[in-house]
Write a protein that binds this ligand. Structure first.
Ligand code: COA
Length: 165
């Protein structure tokens, strides 16, 4: 029976850390749905369309290798979205102990809302454990080189964004 996983996030923007989790999640599930959500506690720099564009570009080579990945916006509750997608599990990346409390709370809440959907955590690879979308945006805005953390296409989109603001 084929397994469907959801990888949700704000992805503002997607980083190489997220990409690493996607590559590894594809070893566990047969189809991965990337859910681009608005976290009510964050004010994204990029629109949903810009974030989707970055993800589409970044996962292109995986899709060329016949990996089944789809991207959708998530409006409303993640658990409702997961049910609509017939998902078996939610996949999340864990970078450090500091992520644990937040993830623990979200997983507990999602479990109360939909106990049939399991959450699976993947530990970030060592070289990605310090990357965060916020730090990438800050370093880029201050003129630092972020090419080790995000794709060239992402840098172009961030350049346009910063020059128009
Ligand atoms: N490597 C490096 N960095 C990583 C990473 C990895 N493997 N995985 C995550 N990150 C970073 C991101 O860059 C991001 O950094 P930032 O905090 O500087 O922005 C941070 O970790 C977490 O971002 P992300 O993975 O995009 O998740 P999020 O916390 O923004 O997403 C949602 C939260 C979208 C899953 C949650 O808000 C949600 O479910 N929303 C839908 C509404 C809902 O159901 N709410 C109730 C939830 S109980």
């Amino acid at each position: 029976m084929s397994k469907i996983g959801i990888y949700p996030g704000t992805f503002d923007p997607m980083t190489n850390g997220h990409l690493n989790i996607i590559q590894r999640a594809l070893k566990i599930v047969d189809k991965l749905i990337i859910g681009v959500a608005d976290n009510l506690n964050k004010t994204p720099l990029l629109s949903i369309d810009e974030r989707k564009n970055i993800i589409e570009n970044d996962i292109f080579s995986l899709q060329q290798n016949n990996k089944k990945i789809e991207i959708y916006p998530v409006n409303g509750l993640l658990t409702e979205f997961a049910k609509k997608c017939n998902a078996d599990c939610i996949i999340r990346g864990l970078r450090a102990v500091s992520d644990f409390e937040y993830e623990f709370q979200m997983t507990g809440m999602n479990y109360q809302l939909s106990p049939e959907i399991e959450t699976i955590f993947l530990m970030s690879a060592d070289n990605n454990s310090f990357i965060s979308s916020n730090l990438v945006k800050e370093v880029h805005k201050l003129g630092g080189d972020v090419s080790k953390f995000v794709s060239d296409n992402t840098i172009k989109i961030l350049n346009n964004k910063n020059s128009s603001s």
